[in-house]
Design a protein around this ligand. Structure first.
Ligand code: ATP
Length: 455
């Protein structure tokens, strides 16, 4: 292992993460050739893989490995009445103030008392600003065709409660889960992908019998906090924060945020709310449908309470990148490493022939073709081997396979492990099995895989 660089703060600064993301293809400013579009980011080849890994882990834990959960993909556009019933048309607003001098707009809570945080100018009185994106359905732009881009995926699950109950034959307690894009016309987006106007959510609506809601709330708090730890986020950078009474959303009986220590401070990764029966009661009232549940065991009919763990894919990706970022000095040079756990790493294996050569290239290509059937694999034969290792370290690739001239004779290849930089040679026909075992293993950071380094 190299020597750890002393860090000036306990956290990496955001600029370093943004720059790594741009340099290596995790995320680019949106519409960049037109000068960018404020707070919109495009996920590049590695960013897509990282997000996919997060979503897969979430889907696996919350749906595939449970009997009491089912998935859904509801549409982004919903009947406009949905948003009246949910309270978003009347209440999904932030107080907005505008600077009379520089005309920048702020959420009233962000503005420093009476003055503009940018230029110190005088601010207007706060007015409520609805955060929903309005649009029109069909060719006529009139009031009757107004609809909204959903500001949360949750409502799709409430309005499908009956459909799911009827088709999945689930009994309470059970949950519906979905992953999808949401849109909020945030007054002050920022901090890279932390707060954007278009983002992706992973939401669970868990329906329970009233009276058991507090117990289920506690269960989900623990379950969701543990999930982030299992993804590899350091426990000391996670905490729970209870919402004060004045902070609670109109629907919530109780709410906690799971917060992460981002470079700008502790901020929300996920919100977990006890929504009571608010949602089903409201949708029943506005739709005229009966959204109660018949409990066969007790021969009772009641409206279920809902526990909602609501997470963001983008914020999870950002937390993982920040948490995994590390620098160390190796032979006088700074090595940047993303110490992502293998399931989160965008690329699991890189195949690196020592040089481009008419004998080495076909062998390396053959290994690459075989491995990529099972692992996200990259092939790279440009530049020196040292630079290629550094590049893979920087994007978090747990394993590099090097093919050299000796491989042509002894049919062996070198596996190099990212964190320890340890190397071993193994027969080429054992590569797949070895990688499978190592990738499924314990966290790399606590279990160095090989003690010996190649001469
Ligand atoms: P905040 O207080 O940061 O505005 P919120 O409390 O409004 O967030 P929720 O409505 O609880 O957020 O949404 C659930 C999750 O969706 C958040 O924990 C976050 O991960 C994600 N999310 C919400 N708004 C945004 C956004 N503008 N950009 C990126 N992710 C977001």
């Amino acid at each position: 292992m190299g020597e750890r660089l002393p860090k000036d703060t306990s956290k990496v600064d955001m600029e370093r993460i943004v720059s790594l993301c741009k340099r290596r293809g995790f995320a680019f400013p949106g519409s960049e050739i037109y000068g960018g579009l404020a707070s919109c980011w495009d996920y590049g080849p590695l960013g897509v893989e990282l997000k996919q890994n997060i979503k897969n882990a979430w889907w696996q834990t919350n749906i595939r490995e449970r009997d009491d959960m089912v998935g859904l993909e509801s549409s982004i556009l919903m009947h406009p009445q949905t948003w009246v019933a949910s309270g978003h048309v009347s209440g999904f607003s932030d107080p907005l103030v505008e600077c009379k001098a520089c005309h920048l707009r702020w959420r009233a809570t962000e503005a420093n008392g009476q003055n503009c945080p940018q230029c110190g100018g005088e601010l207007t009185e706060p007015r409520m600003f609805n955060l929903m994106f309005k649009t029109f359905m069909g060719p006529v732009e009139e009031e009757a065709s107004v609809t909204y881009l959903r500001p949360e995926t949750a409502q799709g699950m409430f309005v499908n409660f009956e459909n799911i109950l009827a088709t999945s034959r689930k009994k309470l307690p059970f949950g519906i889960a979905q992953i999808g894009k949401s849109f909020r016309n945030e007054i002050t987006p920022g901090n890279f992908i932390f707060r954007t106007r278009e983002f992706e959510q992973m939401e669970i609506e868990y329906f329970v019998k009233p009276g058991t809601d507090e117990q289920w709330f506690d269960y989900w708090l623990k379950e969701r906090l543990d999930w982030y730890v299992r993804l590899g986020i350091k426990e000391e950078n996670l905490r729970l924060r209870q919402h004060g009474k004045d902070e609670l959303a109109h629907y919530a009986k109780q709410c906690y945020d799971i917060e992460y220590l981002f470079p700008m401070g502790w901020a929300e990764l996920e919100g977990i709310a006890n929504r009571g029966d608010f949602d089903l009661v409201q949708h029943a009232r506005y739709s005229g449908k009966n959204l109660s549940y018949y409990d066969e065991e007790t021969d009772e009919r009641y409206v279920p309470y809902i526990i909602e763990p609501s997470a963001g894919v983008d914020r999870s990706a950002l937390a993982l990148l920040i948490d995994a970022y590390d620098e160390e000095k190796v032979e006088g040079e700074t090595r940047v490493i993303l110490r992502l756990q293998p399931p989160m790493a965008p690329i699991k294996v890189a195949v690196l022939p020592l040089s481009r050569n008419e004998k080495l290239t076909p062998l390396a290509k053959e290994i690459y073709t075989n491995l990529r059937r099972n692992f996200t694999t990259q092939y790279d034969d440009a530049q020196s081997i040292g630079r290629r290792y550094r590049r893979q370290d920087e994007i978090g690739t747990p394993f590099c396979i090097t093919i050299d001239f000796q491989s042509l004779e002894d049919n062996q290849a070198t596996i190099r492990e990212r964190d320890s930089m340890a190397q071993i040679r193994i027969p080429i026909n054992e590569l797949e099995e070895t990688l499978r075992a190592k990738l499924a293993g314990e966290p790399l950071s606590t279990q160095p895989l090989w003690a010996t380094r190649q001469k």
